[in-house]
Write a protein that binds this ligand. Structure first.
Ligand code: PMP
Length: 438
């Protein structure tokens, strides 16, 4: 697919050329390269509130929000003030500092089953460490994950992963030793029978089941009623741990993430992973859970885990200010904005006869270009990705930056004001025409 844009893109194009020489594909995270949708990725120069401005001066309503973290919008004044204040006191100490304690307390206060957390620098590190802890605690090796769920680029968790791995239709990744992948059991999402069979066959060897609390990395595919409860029941029966990956949903779907919406009824997971919102746009993530498990970590226990920049004072200041800014009004605004945009898409697509289904997890949603509900990765793969590509470019052309893949959630922020929402709604009819004009 080629760029048919009438926007100026000379500076982004030149930067991509420069970048390709020194950075593989010109990007530091694959989906940014626009490979799935074609055309030139826009290099951003600045962002404020709901707006992104690229190096050629084009302005976009941002529906990526840094893939989740910017829940309050870009350069939020309170977060910016906290970052400047923290930076004024030094960048990294390599010793404990107070903000780490405050951020850990904030997380523990919000997510009831989490008694202790350890702070790390990325979601990948959080899931990798939670996995090691689960294996150390159970003294077992096998891990169950679900097709279409993405948990970062952890060797053992890349098999049939969502996000970029789905975007590029990779079955898994080169460079993952067979011995490592061998201990990963991949099951279809929302399939209780498959889970029961796996436990019947390997129950005594399974250390944990890791699941996205409500998957967002194959598009938004919430758990069917009873599915998460079945994970909880089977792990408990077989002495395995349940890890709920809330890197994307945490503190976004509600104050207490997905757990705050449906957790009580499904039963508390043993371990959680968090990231994105809790870092406020800086590298901060965490894993946590029951204190008896968390105490198995070094220096108290035998499971080693560490990080030079873990609990970085600037990242923790940004994360804390962001969580403190996530008031009831913020969650209400996210709902309003998400429903206004999704409602507009639905109305426009219905009028244009474009098959689509919109799925939700709290205010997180995505639009699938197919007319059947999406309950699994196989369903998500059956959508019309070429139609998404045409839609994506027609929206971009009109100043709306969607995630450049059909396999991603659309993210909004509380800073998406009426003007930003209007710009999205105004762009929809022409984008729908681009979809049908194939
Ligand atoms: N888990 C989930 C559910 C995610 O959505 C992501 C990132 N999209 C990760 C883990 C990995 O996080 P990071 O990119 O910070 O390593």
């Amino acid at each position: 697919m080629t760029d048919r844009t009438t926007q100026p893109t000379a500076r982004s194009t030149a930067l991509l050329e420069r970048a390709r020489t020194v950075i593989p594909g010109g990007v530091n995270s694959p989906v940014r390269a626009f490979r799935a949708v074609g055309g030139t990725p826009r290099f951003m120069a600045s962002a404020t509130g709901p707006w992104l401005t690229d190096v050629d001066g084009n302005r976009y309503v941002d529906l990526i929000c840094s893939w989740g973290p910017m829940i309050l919008g870009h350069a939020h004044p309170q977060v910016e003030a906290a970052v400047r204040e923290a930076a004024g006191r030094g960048f990294s100490f390599g010793t404990p500092s107070e903000n780490e304690v405050a951020l850990a307390e904030e997380i523990v206060a919000r997510v009831e089953p989490v008694e202790q957390v350890r702070l790390v620098s990325s979601g990948t590190e959080a899931t990798m460490s939670a996995l090691r802890l689960a294996r150390g605690a159970t003294r077992r090796n096998k891990v169950v994950k679900f097709a279409g769920c993405y948990h970062g680029h952890v060797d053992a968790l890349l098999a049939q992963a969502g996000s970029g791995v789905a975007t590029f239709a990779l079955p898994d990744s080169a460079g993952v030793p067979e011995s490592n992948a061998h201990d990963t059991i991949v099951l279809p999402y929302n399939d209780i029978a498959a889970l029961e069979t796996a436990f019947a066959e390997h129950g005594a060897e399974i250390a944990c089941v890791i699941t996205e609390a409500s998957p967002g990395n194959m598009g938004v595919v919430p758990p069917q009623p009873g599915f998460t409860a079945a994970i909880r029941r089977l792990t408990r029966e077989h002495g395995a741990l349940m890890i709920s990956d809330e890197v994307m949903t945490g503190f976004r779907c509600s104050r207490a993430g997905w757990f705050g919406l449906e957790g009580e009824q499904d039963g508390a997971p043993d371990l959680f992973t968090f990231g994105k919102v809790m870092g406020g746009g800086f590298p901060a993530a965490a894993f946590g859970g029951r204190a008896d498990l968390m105490r198995l970590l070094a220096p108290e226990g035998p499971v080693y885990q560490a990080g030079t920049l873990s609990g970085n004072p600037i990242a923790t200041a940004a994360g804390l200010a962001t969580l403190q800014g996530c008031t009831d009004e913020v969650y209400a605004r996210l709902d309003t904005v998400a429903h206004a945009i999704a409602g507009g898409v639905s109305e426009t697509f219905t009028a244009a006869g474009i098959p689509h289904v919109i799925q939700w997890a709290g205010s997180m949603f995505s639009v699938f270009f197919r007319d059947q509900p999406v309950r699994s990765y196989a369903d998500a793969q059956a959508q019309d990705t070429a139609a998404f590509g045409r839609f994506f470019h027609a929206m971009l052309e009109q100043g709306v930056h969607l995630p450049p893949s059909a396999f991603e959630a659309w993210f909004v922020s509380a800073a998406h004001d009426d003007q930003a929402v209007e710009q999205v709604l105004r762009a929809l009819p022409a984008a729908a025409r681009a979809v049908t004009a194939s």
